[in-house]
Design a binder for this molecule. Sequence first.
Ligand SMILES: [Zn+2]
Length: 416
Amino acid sequence: MTDIDCQQIAQAVEKHADAARDWLMEMITYPSTQGNEAGAVEYIKGLFDEVGFPAEYQEIPEDIVNDPEYSHGDNEQPYAGRHNLVARQPGGGEGRSLIVQSHADVVPATDWAEAFNPRFDGEYVYGRGATDCKGQVAGILMALAALSDLGVKLAGDLEVQIVIEEEVGGNGALALIRQGCRADGVVVMEASGLDVFPANRGAVWFRAKTTGKSLHMGRRHEGVNAIEKMMEAIKWMLEYEQELVAASQDYPLFERYAAPVQLCLGTICTEGWPSMVAGKCVLEGGVGFLPNKDMAQVKQELYEAVMRTDDQWLREHFELTFPKLHNDAYEIPSDHPLVTTLHQAALDCGLDSEVYGWNVSCDARLYAKLAGLPTVVYGAGSISEAHSADEKVCWAQVVAAAQGLAMGIIRWCGSS
Ligand SMILES: [Zn+2]
């Protein structure tokens, strides 16, 4: 085991901080929304070369869209020319292997003219992706540069993955998992505020459809109104929300949240005419849930809740599907060595870091649930600043996160 201490790590990371802030600001200038990631990914590839940790493009096969775990959306794009980035460094000994992951794609910024014109005010870097997640990529690069400067030879394999399509459900990560990536632990870098999250809430979007019997308004009482049937369905859905809240109260690692689970009614639409009885009504929404439920259970329970109605028409004319976002919840024990090692490394580097569950979902659950790998979320910045106009990240926190990460990598993988 190496005797590199936190002070050496801190100095080695600090040495790259100014350059890395420039990298972050350059990364932000690439508007890497879905379908437009290539420029940012190419730029980041060059940065991996610069820190002496070369990365390769890894193709995403077009048939990934047939995978049952694929997240479909309204803006699906072919994968030609759109790659994940993977950098691998084999360990020199018997240490534990680690995957460090983050993403290069960002959400759009329709209401923010300066989103891709980054600025630094001496404390915060502003721009789309500053915290979610290009700031995390800058942190990873600083950590790698520091390890290289310090001449650290890791005993275990280290793999860094920079993926795309995190923001649309995790299709980049899904591809890497289907391509067989493995490690003894995974650190997904997201805006955790330096905390370590061994659990994430899940979220699934639903589409509910009621069918009625459409007639002219004058014959309303002979028709069946799909909107009214949806109102009845909504009543039972909201009752299910109450049950979900009750079942999730004080669930370990999530006690601090007043309302960690919820059912959200998002959009509703019908076809027809104001003076026509609505023949069809479609409602879309989402359910957030904790690891005390898995996604299949939540889907089933939501359907069963509506089926409790004594409205026979609704029972026979109600469809519930889940065609869009489907992020399972996950958890690993909070005393798992991956959690304790990374958390202790962060504390030893002087970071203000806690261990608890995240009421947000990200790629982490794919590594945990699909690949069965111990996974935590860790990084700089606040999720409340992501996806917003004026997204920003505190630069000192990105540097601090990189210090904790570098120390965590050394302690997890071991070194000689
Ligand atoms: Zn993110």
